[in-house]
Design a protein around this ligand. Structure first.
Ligand SMILES: NC(=O)c1ccc[n+]([C@@H]2O[C@H](COP(=O)([O-])OP(=O)(O)OC[C@H]3O[C@@H](n4cnc5c(N)ncnc54)[C@H](O)[C@@H]3O)[C@@H](O)[C@H]2O)c1
Length: 246
């Protein structure tokens, strides 16, 4: 039977590319996103090729919604073999003095609390079957820091620390926990928000000479979900064209 993957943030950008890659590799995907139309669109693209995909609307910050979403998937599918927590973003570029508590909390909640909630609800099914892969999403800014992105850097550093601890907790249960840390990646939303000249300048700073694509990042997610990474847990895989070498 095909593995079942639950992918948060699968409606757009990197999450969408991961959903398409997994489906191509014969994995059945559940696309969880608070943008229901976007999640449905990703699934429709996957189904055109005859693969198995279903959309679930969920706000990753809300414990009740996450619990219900995971319970529904387990009810219908029997298990979740792969969890990819990808929903996230930096949302604000502001100096600390200008940041409100609500803005700080929003960034921490989407990136870190959402990851915690989905891991907490999904881990028991993986522990029961003594097999599972959890892949969380950080950013190079979680390691290097970034001026004007204090909550985002804190959240992504938190994702890395959380994932290492969870890897230790779940290792004896056969559940592997790793992190993908994308560098600058040309997702449609990033491309809308940046003026093309600034993007070109950034790309020129990257040793491999270009920004990443969502498909580059999806390859790292697939690797960490596959038998090829069976001896890897608690690690952060940086995919950034050599921009940062932590
Ligand atoms: N694009 C980059 O350059 C880059 C770099 C480093 C890290 N990342 C990380 O990669 C991940 C994906 O980024 P992206 O660029 O593809 O972003 P994106 O905005 O294109 O996609 C993010 C997806 O997450 C969903 N989402 C956001 N908040 C949600 C919530 N509360 N509940 C449910 N779904 C929610 C959105 O609807 C969207 O579909 C994020 O964690 C981001 O921090 C991106």
């Amino acid at each position: 039977m095909a593995d079942i993957a639950l992918i948060t943030g699968g409606g757009n950008g990197i999450g969408r590319a991961v959903a398409l890659k997994f489906a191509t590799e014969g994995i059945a995907v559940v696309v969880a996103d608070w943008e229901a139309d976007a999640a449905e669109k990703t699934c429709a693209e996957i189904r055109i090729n005859g693969a198995d995909a279903e959309a679930v609307r969920v706000d990753v910050r809300r414990a009740g919604e996450v619990k219900d979403a995971v319970a529904r998937v387990l009810d219908r599918r029997g298990t979740i073999d792969i969890l990819a927590n990808i929903a996230g973003g930096s949302f604000y570029r502001k100096r600390l003095e200008e940041l409100s508590w609500a803005e700080w909390k929003e960034v921490l909640d989407i990136n870190l609390k959402g990851t915690f909630l989905f891991c907490r609800e999904t881990a028991p099914a993986m522990i029961r079957q003594k097999r599972g892969r959890i892949i969380n999403t950080a950013s190079n800014y979680g390691v290097t820091g970034s001026a004007l992105r204090t909550p985002y850097s804190a959240a992504k550093a938190g994702v890395i620390g959380f994932s290492k601890s969870l890897a230790l907790e779940l290792a004896s249960d056969g559940v592997l926990v790793n992190v993908v840390a994308p560098g600058p990646t040309d997702t449609p939303r990033v491309m809308e928000g940046w003026d093309p000249e600034a993007r070109q300048k950034r790309a020129a700073e990257i040793p491999l000479g270009r920004n990443g694509t969502p498909e580059d990042i999806a390859e790292a997610f697939y690797f960490l979900s596959s038998p090829a990474s069976a001896q890897i847990t608690g690690q952060t895989l940086h995919v950034n064209g050599g921009w940062v070498m932590p």
